[in-house]
Write a protein that binds this ligand. Structure first.
Ligand code: TRP
Ligand code: SF4
Length: 327
């Protein structure tokens, strides 16, 4: 039997190169399994809680990005979290058996509160974020969960909630889910820090060729290399890092010429960005073609939700039985 896989993306904006080489590559490898890829719109509401964001528009962006990255709706189930009511229901049931201490100790909780200052995050929903995530995973009896390292504490909490549920209700309904981490290295952003929307240093899947060229022109290089005659250090240069990803066959030559001041940074960037654009072309093409197919996209999500509901409602029924809520 194929392995049941579930993962999700919060629709808080467009996806970027870091997502493409990280999460999405990981998804693509697993899409031949019994894989569910969810747009976690309920999770987006834990931080976008002032009614100012057009969540539906963001959901659409993520589906387009999923499809552009090469995820195939014939091979996996793509759906929107809020269209499958059992997620919220199971989260409510789990909330009764989740001690507050587990949630308060959650490192991502503390980090996010610190990072997103200015937002009202002292809410029940935000503290309970991992309970909803546990429900997302458990409701599909997922065994593998492709995520980034930052999600490991949530996976651990999911297993703890599952164990506690089994123990309290003398049932054995859910497998203990395991994270599948991406092999891909972190992609630096234009300023050399981790690529992230909040740093405004991203290359988005939807960026045109011209936009990418413009962004790379402004990309950070070895800061000590002020003049063309200065020898550079490729090892600390994010442009060189991109050569390693997208211009593999020329890496040694580039490093040598940089170290000996045989190439200027502008030329170096132009050589790299041509390769980067070649890599992104098929993604852009798929993106553009899906943009014109809104009806088909709606159908993909409808079909996904139907399939997801089938699995979720059957698990939910087992949960109610185990808890003695139905006989
Ligand atoms: N918390 C995840 C993130 O921010 C998104 C998510 C929601 C998720 N539910 C999930 C990931 C279930 C894996 C499984 O990236
Ligand atoms: Fe970076 Fe290339 Fe300039 Fe060297 S030559 S510092 S690798 S951009």
């Amino acid at each position: 039997m194929a392995t049941r896989v579930l993962s999700g993306t919060r629709p808080t904006g467009k996806l970027h190169l870091g997502h493409l080489l990280g999460a999405l590559e990981n998804y693509k490898k697993l899409q031949g399994q019994d894989a569910f890829f969810m747009i976690a719109d309920l999770h987006a509401l834990t931080t976008d809680n002032e009614g100012k964001t057009d969540v539906a528009a963001n959901v659409f962006e993520i589906v387009i990005d999923y499809l552009a990255s090469g995820l195939d709706p014939e091979k996996c189930t793509m759906f929107v979290q809020s269209e499958v009511l059992e997620h919220a229901n199971l989260a409510l049931l789990f909330s009764n058996i989740t001690p507050l201490g587990w949630l308060e100790r959650n490192p991502t909780y503390k980090d996010q509160i610190a990072e997103l200052k200015g937002k009202e995050l002292h809410t029940h929903g935000f503290l309970g974020y991992p309970v909803l995530q546990a429900a997302d995973i458990a409701i599909y009896k997922a065994e593998k969960v492709p995520v980034g390292e930052d999600q490991l504490p949530h996976l651990e909490l999911t297993r703890e909630i599952i164990r506690r549920f089994h123990h309290l209700y003398k049932a054995n309904i859910f497998p203990e889910p395991e994270a599948v981490l991406t092999q891909a290295p972190k992609v630096p952003g234009l300023d050399g820090r981790k690529m992230s929307k909040s740093y405004d240093n991203c290359i988005y899947l939807g960026d045109s060729r011209e936009t990418v060229v413009k962004k790379i022109k402004g990309m950070m290089t070895d800061p000590a290399r002020k003049l063309r005659e200065d020898k550079g250090n490729p090892d600390i240069c994010p442009v060189f890092y991109y050569h390693k990803l997208f211009n593999k066959e020329r890496v040694e030559g580039v490093a040598h010429e940089c170290r000996n001041a045989l190439r200027g940074c502008v030329d170096c960037k132009m050589e790299m960005v041509a390769k980067l654009n070649e890599f992104l072309d098929p993604v852009r093409e798929r993106r553009e073609s899906w943009m014109k197919k809104k009806t088909e996209i709606r159908q993909i999500l409808d079909k996904g939700a139907r399939r997801a509901r089938e699995v979720a409602s059957s698990t939910y029924r087992q949960v109610l039985q185990a808890m003695g809520l139905v006989s």
